[in-house]
Design a protein. Structure first.
Length: 278
């Protein structure tokens, strides 16, 4: 074996080991959700001997169907937030990339500086503001705040700066208005970046925990990520229904997989395009 072949074998072994470390917890989660509580304790790391969907039935009937209700809340909130965030980020990115106005760079720099402020520091002021506005315990407080995401604006601006100005000028000469240019030319060209942004925004909103716990007190409005920890009904580790916990974890990953499959072509296109430009 040559030195180059030895390095290749070592590299492949490291990659395989890293993949195993990443995939094994997911394997435990999925297979554990198909086991009874007894089998889970005796055969926690293997394939289920007698697969069952009873855990999911118990999960969906937990607390009078609260899991199913909050699962729907999460889908509605995350989808609405993603759509609104992508629209606002696209419009802002287009303005910062193609419109020339006084203070454009300074304003954009100020927006970027706000990314240095931890989001946790804003929760108390936001709570006081939304309390005065009577937005607490509503869907509005879960969707609208944060939809104008600075990182999303930055991502869209950087992508739209690569769109040739001559293309936009040609559309203006032909009599197209700014909204028509934006909707018919800029958005279709920017679809790879929008697809990647949609995945990131949906994922961030879906996994949100601290913010909804602060803004919501009514369980029927809460997202599923807030309700899942209530499956641990007691403080005793022996009493924790791990089969239900694993079923809940499996359930909440399904929308993430679906969203990624929906936008994977756009996401991979944006990554490939970025690599080519780099």
């Amino acid at each position: 074996m040559t030195k180059r072949q030895g390095k290749a074998v070592l590299l492949n072994a490291v990659v395989i080991f890293a993949c195993f470390i990443a995939v094994f917890p997911v394997f435990i989660m999925i297979t554990g959700s198909l086991k009874t509580s007894q089998e889970l304790y005796t055969n926690s790391a293997g394939f289920p001997i007698h697969p069952t969907l009873a855990n999911f039935k118990r999960l969906l009937s937990f607390n009078s169907g609260l899991i199913l209700r909050t699962f729907g809340n999460s889908i509605f909130v995350a989808a609405s937030y993603t759509a609104l965030s992508c629209l606002l980020a696209s419009m802002a990115g287009y303005a910062f990339a193609k419109f020339k106005f006084r203070g454009r760079n300074v304003l954009f720099l100020l927006l970027l500086i706000t990314m240095m402020i931890p989001a946790e520091l804003n929760i108390t002021p936001l709570y006081l503001i939304f309390s005065k506005m009577k937005w607490l315990n509503t869907y509005r407080v879960q969707i609208i705040p944060g939809a104008a995401n600075v990182f999303a604006m930055f991502l869209m601006r950087q992508y739209m700066m690569s769109i040739p100005d001559s293309l936009i000028e040609a559309a203006r000469i032909d009599g197209a208005g700014e909204w028509r240019i934006f909707s018919k030319i800029v958005l279709p060209i920017s679809s790879p970046s929008i697809g990647a942004l949609a995945i990131l925004q949906f994922l961030s909103k879906w996994n949100e925990l601290l913010y909804p716990k602060m803004m919501l007190t009514k369980q029927k409005l809460m997202p599923i990520m807030v309700i899942l920890p209530t499956l641990n009904e007691t403080d005793s580790a022996r009493s924790v229904p791990w089969e239900l916990v694993l079923s809940g974890c499996t359930l909440v990953t399904i929308p993430l997989i679906i969203v990624f499959l929906m936008f994977q072509d756009k996401f991979l296109s944006s990554v490939t395009l970025g690599a080519v430009k780099g």
